[in-house]
Design a binder for this molecule. Sequence first.
Ligand SMILES: *Cc1c(COP(=O)(O)O)cnc(C)c1O
Length: 231
Amino acid sequence: MSEQVETALAERVARVRADVAEAARVAGRRPEEIEIVAVSKTVPRPVIDAAAALGLRHFGENRVQEAREKFAEPLPPGCDLHLIGQLQTNKAKLAVRLFDMIESVDRVSLIEALEKAARQQERIVPVLLQVNIAGEEQKAGCAPEEAAALMERLGASPWLEPRGLMTIAPLVPDPELARPVFAGLRELRDALRRRFPGQDLATLSMGMSNDYRVAIAEGATTIRVGRAIFA
Ligand SMILES: *Cc1c(COP(=O)(O)O)cnc(C)c1O
């Protein structure tokens, strides 16, 4: 990788970090509360390693097969890999082997497949429940009305560890238009917390390159940033 590419990457990472810190400050939150998942789905491995060398610790991929090839060599110590894309049940086994966190759990059949894989591999797998807050057709994620039943199912599994919720906001011209979606995910998380006080549902994974500032204002604890870092 050329020095130019490395410098440009370092500048973008610094800009995102500064932006996150500013958005947190404005919201009366601490920047350390917000975890940046660098979405590396279109990015070759050497660039991912350069990002890790800049101190990024969390990486997100949306396809199991692609991740298997890219991460044949494990990430440096202290780094983890999140699955953020739709997962077919027949890939659950591989997903449990490859990923440290699965953010895209959205249906009973997938919960069952993940549970079986986790039991076989004797691994406790942290997961997020993905919710389609905006109710967009053809989008992944359970309906908000299904969330409580799915959370109860997750909580009943000794192998899956629900940590909170994830959503993908619709693509809108003005990020402010996504605010109700982020607020909706937070409100749903708060309601689930009251209903399942024994579970640690602290995580709200919401916000991408174009709208993470708004997501932070609405309580995001994890933002998933691709283009703003790797573009
Ligand atoms: C690609 C992707 C992102 C990152 O999107 P950018 O606009 O590149 O920041 C975040 N979340 C999911 C689920 C994605 O597929």
